[in-house]
Design a protein. Structure first.
Length: 87
């Protein structure tokens, strides 16, 4: 039986360390990704010990760039929201 290996032309990896806010930011952006099944990129989210890692793969550089920009904006918005309600 032949094995089919897929390889993306472009990829990016983001590592975020936001101390106690890491899990909240992760949950926020991960939820957004779940509701975008037609996403032309392959995005993998992981969180371990206050460190979040996001890997994005795509066959098109423009799709990779668009998804990367969206994720970075969501991370910033999440962090800003958390900071705005800090007591």
């Amino acid at each position: 039986m032949p094995v089919l290996l897929t390889m993306s032309a472009f990829s990016a990896r983001i590592e975020i360390r936001a101390k106690e806010k890491t899990r909240a930011i992760f949950d926020s952006i991960r939820t957004d990704d779940k509701f975008y099944p037609e996403n032309p990129t392959r995005t993998k989210f992981e969180v371990k010990q206050n460190k979040m890692q996001i890997t994005i793969e795509s066959d098109e550089i423009s799709h990779l760039r668009a998804n990367l920009n969206s994720i970075l904006r969501l991370i910033q918005a999440s962090e800003d929201s958390i900071e705005s309600v800090k007591i």
